[in-house]
Ligand binder design. Structure first.
Ligand code: GLN
Ligand code: ZN
Length: 755
C-alpha cells in the first residue's frame, strides 16, 4: 500500500522560510543561511511524513519561491531579459524572475492565481525563440537526501501540458510550438531520476478544467513519450481541484501507471473512473482534503476504499490527499489559544498525514485504528455543537423571498432621487476606502490588542486618524470621502472578528506567494451579527464633513472566498448567512445618515469555478448574495461596489446584475482596455475605472490620468463616469498618495472644464 501526500506546506511551522527569505532579500542573511533553512525545512517535512507512516515522500514540492518558477528554472525556460547578465545565475537569476531586478529595472515575471486557490504562481513566458535546457540538479540532490534519511523519494513535477497552458505567449506565437522540446527535456529528467525512485508524480491539474481537442492530442503525445523514457520508475499522473469530468476517458487511456483522483471535490467520479481505468493501473485515492482544515470523515473515506478494492488486488490502490497540502496551515497543535472544543474539529497538514496513514492502514488490513474513533467523535461533536445550527439564522434564510433581492426601483429611477447626485459635480472623485496604514496606526491597533491601550484611548486615537484623513481629503478637494479604515487590519478578518460563527487561528498561515502568507478566518458555525460593526466610525467620520462619506463594508462573497469555510452545508448557504449579516449593517449605516454605502466584492471573480459549465450556478448565488446585502436600502441611498481585477469579459452580464449604482474596478494597468466589456453589455449604471495604479509608489501625472479618463469616455457616458484609484491605498505612503490624488483631482477638474 502506498500512502502519500501530493505536497507539503513549505513556509515552515514558524514561517521560517518567510523570515529567512526576507532577510536574504534585505542583504542581511547569506545565501548559505537561506539554503540551510530550506534544507532544514525539507528534512523536517519529510520526517513528519515518515513518522506518520507515509511511504512515498514528495521531492520537488518544496520551493524557495514558487513551484512553477522552479519548473521554469528546471527546464531552462528563462525569459531573455534575465539571461543578458550572465554573471547573475542561480539564485540571483531565480529571484530576479520572481521579483524583478531593481538595479537594471528589469520587470519581474507576472504572477497570477493558481487555479481557484489563493496561491499565486509565476506565469511562464513563451516566445518563438525560447530555448530549453535541463537543470534537474536540485531534484536529484533532494532525492539523495531522502534516501539518506531512509525514505523513498517521489519526485513531483508540474506536468508539461499544465505548464504550457498556464504560461502566456509574449509574441503571439503558440505555446504548443514548444511541446516537443519541452517533452524532450522532461524525458531527460525522467531518465535521470527513474533509477532512484519507484514513483514519479506528474501534476496535471488542467485535467480538471475545460480542455481543447488540441490539448487532448498533446496530452497523448507527451505521455506516450514519457512511457518510453521512464525506465523502471512508474508515473503517477495527478488530477486535482475537481472531477475529471469529460477528460476522464483521456486521463484513463494515457499510458501511465497510476492516476490520482481528487475525491474531495470530485467525490462522485469514483465509480466511473474505476470503470474507465485499465485493470493494471493503480488508482490513487485523494480522500483527505488538501484545501480545508477539517478532520476527515474517515468512515466515509473507508467506503471509497472498499469500492476501489472491489476492482482487484489492493496493490492497485494508493492513498493520498486530494491535492498538495500547500493550501493548509502546518500544525493545529500550535493553536493553543483556540477554544479546544473547536480545535478538536480541525486537522492541518501534520494531522492530515496521520489521516492518510490511517486510511492506508485500513486499506491494507481492514482495521479502523484509533484515529477513526477520534475523528468520528469530533465530527459528531461538531454536528451537535449549538453554534453549528442557529435556528433563527436558518429560519431567516428560509423566509427570504424574491423581494429581498430587489431594490425598490431600477437604476434609471433610483438615480433621479439620489440626493448625493445633486451634490456632486460631473466626474466625481473618490478613493476606494483605505488610506496608508502608517506605523503609528499599526502601533495603536497593536497596543489595543495587547491591552496596553484602554478602549477609550484606542477610540480617541483612531478618531484622530479618521479626522486627519478627512481633513486631508477635504484639502485635496475630493468629492466623496472615506474614513480611511485605520481600525481594520484586514478587510475580511475585521468583519469575521465581529460576527458569530467565525473563529481565528494564531498560526494558521498559508502561503499566498513568495514569502507572503495569509491567515484566513475559519467559518465554523451559522453566521449572524450580534451588533453593529462599523456604524460608530462611519457616523463619526460623516459628522466631520458636509461632503458625502461612504460607509465601507466587505461583501459576503469576498468574506466567504477568503476564509476556511465549514464543509457540512453548501457554500452558497454560508454566503447567504453572511449576506444577511452585512445587509443588517447596510441598513444601520443608512439609518445613521450615510447616503453612500460601498460593499467591496474583491473576490467575486476568483470564486469562479474551473469549469465553464459551473459558472452560472456560482454566479447566480454569488450575485444574489450581493443583491441581498444591498437591496434593503431606500432608492435615495447610493450603493457602490469595488472589484480589484480586470478580467471582466466573461462575467460582464453578471456584474451588471449586481445592480450597484456605482462600481469601481481596476483599470489603469490595462489602459482602460477592459471597458470594452462594459460597452458590450451597455452597462446601465456608473463606473469608476481606476486611473491610478496603487500597486506601485509611482505618482501618475495629471496628464496621464486625464488621458485615461478620455479613453474611458469613449465607452462610458460622461454623467456615468467616476474618478478613483484602482484599489485601496493602505500599502502606500502618504507622500505619494497625496501627490497622486492631487493629480487625480486636477485631471477631473480639467475634464469638467472641457465638458
Ligand atoms: N475598501 C478596501 C480598501 O480600500 C478594498 C480593498 C480591496 O479591494 N482589496 O482597502
Ligand atoms: Zn481592490
Amino acid at each position: 500500500m502506498n500512502a502519500h501526500v501530493l505536497g507539503f506546506p513549505r513556509i515552515g511551522l514558524g514561517r521560517e522560510l518567510k523570515w529567512t527569505l526576507e532577510s536574504y532579500w534585505r542583504g542581511e542573511a547569506s545565501l548559505e543561511e537561506l539554503l540551510s533553512t530550506a534544507e532544514r525545512l525539507k528534512r523536517r517535512h519529510w520526517q513528519v511524513q515518515m513518522q506518520a507512516g507515509l511511504d512515498l515522500l514528495p521531492v520537488g514540492d518544496f520551493s524557495l519561491y514558487d513551484h512553477v518558477l522552479d519548473t521554469v528554472a528546471m527546464v531552462g525556460a528563462v525569459p531573455e531579459r534575465f539571461c543578458r547578465n550572465s554573471a547573475e545565475t542561480g539564485c540571483a537569476a531565480y529571484f530576479a524572475m520572481a521579483r524583478g531586478e531593481a538595479r537594471s529595472s528589469i520587470p519581474a515575471m507576472e504572477m497570477t492565481k493558481w487555479f481557484d486557490t489563493n496561491y499565486h504562481y509565476i506565469v511562464p513566458e513563451f516566445t518563438n525563440d525560447l530555448r530549453f535546457r535541463k537543470d534537474a540538479s536540485r531534484l536529484l540532490q533532494d532525492v539523495r537526501t531522502v534516501k539518506e534519511l531512509g525514505g523513498t523519494a517521489k519526485p513531483v513535477l508540474v506536468g508539461p501540458i499544465t505548464f504550457l497552458l498556464l504560461g502566456k505567449s509574449m509574441d503571439g506565437s503558440s505555446p504548443w510550438i514548444h511541446l516537443e522540446r519541452l517533452v524532450d527535456v522532461y524525458s531527460d529528467i525522467l531518465k535521470d531520476i527513474s533509477g532512484e525512485c519507484p514513483w514519479i508524480q506528474i501534476d496535471e491539474p488542467v485535467l480538471c478544467s475545460d480542455l481543447s481537442p488540441k490539448a487532448h492530442q498533446e496530452f497523448r503525445y507527451a505521455y506516450e513519450s514519457f512511457a518510453g523514457a521512464k525506465g523502471h520508475a512508474r508515473i503517477l499522473l495527478t488530477s486535482y481541484f475537481g472531477p475529471l469530468g469529460d477528460n476522464l476517458p483521456l486521463a484513463a487511456s494515457l499510458p501511465v501507471d497510476g492516476l490520482h483522483l481528487d475525491l474531495v471535490r470530485g467525490a462522485e467520479q469514483l465509480p466511473a473512473a474505476l470503470e474507465a481505468m485499465p485493470s493494471e493501473q493503480v488508482v490513487s485515492l485523494g480522500l483527505v482534503d488538501g484545501r480545508n482544515i477539517w478532520r476527515a470523515d474517515l468512515d466515509a473515506a473507508a467506503e471509497c476504499i472498499n469500492a476501489a478494492k472491489q476492482r482487484g488486488s489492493e496493490s492497485k490502490i494508493m492513498l493520498g490527499t486530494s491535492c498538495s497540502l500547500l493550501h493548509c496551515p502546518v500544525d493545529v497543535a500550535l493553536e493553543t489559544d483556540m477554544d479546544p472544543s473547536i480545535r478538536e474539529w480541525m486537522a492541518f497538514a501534520v494531522q492530515k498525514c496521520d489521516e492518510v496513514a490511517a486510511l492506508a492502514h485500513f486499506a491494507e488490513t481492514g482495521e479502523r485504528n484509533s484515529l477513526f474513533a477520534k475523528n468520528r467523535k469530533a465530527l459528531q461533536a461538531r454536528a451537535a455543537n449549538p453554534c453549528a445550527v442557529d435556528k433563527s439564522v436558518r429560519a431567516r434564510v428560509d423566509s427570504l423571498t424574491p423581494k429581498h433581492y430587489e431594490r425598490g426601483s431600477v437604476f434609471a429611477e433610483r438615480t433621479k432621487v439620489q440626493s448625493v447626485r445633486r451634490q456632486l459635480p460631473l466626474f466625481p472623485t473618490t478613493t476606494i476606502g483605505s488610506f496608508p496604514q502608517t506605523p503609528e496606526i499599526r502601533s495603536i491597533r497593536l497596543g489595543h490588542k495587547k491591552g496596553e491601550w484602554t478602549t477609550e484611548e484606542y477610540v480617541a486615537a483612531m478618531k484622530n486618524q479618521i479626522a486627519e484623513a478627512v481633513a486631508r481629503q477635504e484639502e485635496l478637494g475630493l468629492d466623496v470621502l472615506v474614513h480611511g479604515e485605520p481600525e481594520r487590519n484586514d478587510m475580511v478578518e475585521y468583519f469575521g472578528q465581529q460576527l458569530n460563527g467565525f473563529c481565528f487561528t494564531s498560526q494558521g498561515w498559508v502561503q499566498s506567494y513568495g514569502s507572503r502568507c495569509v491567515k484566513p478566518p475559519v467559518i465554523f458555525g451559522d453566521v449572524s451579527r450580534p451588533q453593529a460593526m462599523t456604524v460608530d466610525w462611519a457616523r463619526y467620520a460623516q459628522s466631520l464633513t458636509p461632503k458625502p462619506m461612504k460607509g465601507m463594508l466587505t461583501g459576503p462573497v469576498t468574506i466567504l472566498c477568503w476564509s476556511f469555510v465549514r464543509n457540512d452545508i453548501p457554500r452558497s448557504e454560508v454566503c447567504r448567512q453572511i449576506a444577511l449579516a452585512i445587509r443588517d449593517e447596510v441598513l444601520d449605516l443608512e439609518s445613521a445618515g450615510l447616503s453612500i454605502i460601498q460593499i467591496d466584492e474583491a473576490a467575486l471573480r476568483e470564486g469562479l469555478p474551473l469549469r465553464a459549465a459551473d459558472h452560472e450556478a456560482y454566479l447566480r448565488w454569488a450575485v444574489d448574495c450581493f443583491r441581498l446585502t444591498a437591496a434593503g436600502v431606500r432608492d435615495e441611498t447610493q450603493i457602490h461596489s469595488h472589484m480589484c481585477y480586470s478580467e471582466f469579459n466573461a462575467i460582464m452580464e453578471w456584474i451588471a446584475q449586481m445592480d450597484a449604482d456605482v462600481i469601481s474596478i481596476e483599470a489603469s494597468r490595462s489602459g482602460m482596455a477592459l471597458l470594452e466589456a462594459f460597452r458590450a453589455v451597455s452597462y446601465p449604471a456608473d463606473v469608476g475605472p481606476g486611473v491610478y495604479d496603487i500597486h506601485s509608489p509611482r505618482v501618475p501625472s495629471e496628464e496621464e490620468i486625464h488621458g485615461l479618463l478620455k479613453k474611458a469616455l469613449e465607452v462610458v457616458a460622461p454623467e456615468r463616469l467616476w474618478v478613483n484609484p484602482d484599489c485601496g491605498l493602505k500599502t502606500r505612503g502618504w507622500p505619494e498618495t497625496i501627490a497622486s490624488l492631487k493629480n487625480l483631482v486636477a485631471a477631473a477638474k480639467r475634464l469638467r472644464r472641457e465638458y
